[in-house]
Design a protein. Structure first.
Length: 188
């Protein structure tokens, strides 16, 4: 390692984040990019969590891209694709089925755009001010926002066709989210 220039080491480290990762005979690829530098430390934990979610769902040979971005970028995407002029916590975009791809063992499922600023984890770590009502700002924010783990489960399920627009579909998705979260808790 001492003979390798720092730039080369960083290049290979970034490349390693993008290579195929194999767990328990299942081969899945998860690429995580931090669009906002303040989320750079979340890249590896998010990658590991998405791989664990895919394993819990028993999905094999799947590729997912996760992009970490802040409120401003998420608001732009939400306005552009959903017509809502506000930030949101997670957006998922399935890979278009009509695209022609070269035959590969790994199937691209799509992209998840995650806004950590709208997660309970981010507020718990970043904001410890007291609110006028006597409750900490952290506890109030934690009640309002969901955990990054849950948001990733939610985003991955959207890529596999789950939705929550209709009542019956929402119930199915909520049950699956609960089951996957329980499996993830057992693993940790």
């Amino acid at each position: 390692m001492s003979n390798v220039p720092r730039e080369a080491h960083l290049f290979f480290r970034r490349a390693f984040d993008k290579i195929r990762v194999t767990h328990y005979g299942m081969t899945n690829k998860v690429t995580v990019q931090s669009i906002d530098k303040k989320f750079e430390a979340l890249r590896r934990p998010v990658q590991r969590k998405v791989l664990a979610i895919l394993e819990a769902l028993k999905k094999e040979n799947v590729s997912i891209d996760v992009l970490l971005l802040g409120n401003r970028q998420m608001r732009t995407l939400n306005r552009l694709y959903r017509g809502k002029d506000s930030s949101t916590n997670v957006l998922s975009f399935e890979e278009p089925k009509q695209f022609v791809y070269p035959k590969e063992e790994i199937r691209r499922k799509g992209e998840i755009y995650l806004n950590p600023e709208m997660s309970s984890d981010w507020w718990t770590k970043r904001n410890k001010k007291k609110s006028p009502e006597g409750r900490s700002e952290r506890s109030r924010r934690t009640e309002e926002f969901l955990s990054i783990d849950f948001l990733l489960v939610h985003g991955v399920l959207h890529l596999f066709g789950f939705d929550h627009i209709a009542g019956v579909d929402a119930v199915k998705m909520e049950r699956k989210e609960t089951a996957v979260m329980k499996l993830l808790e057992i693993k940790n």
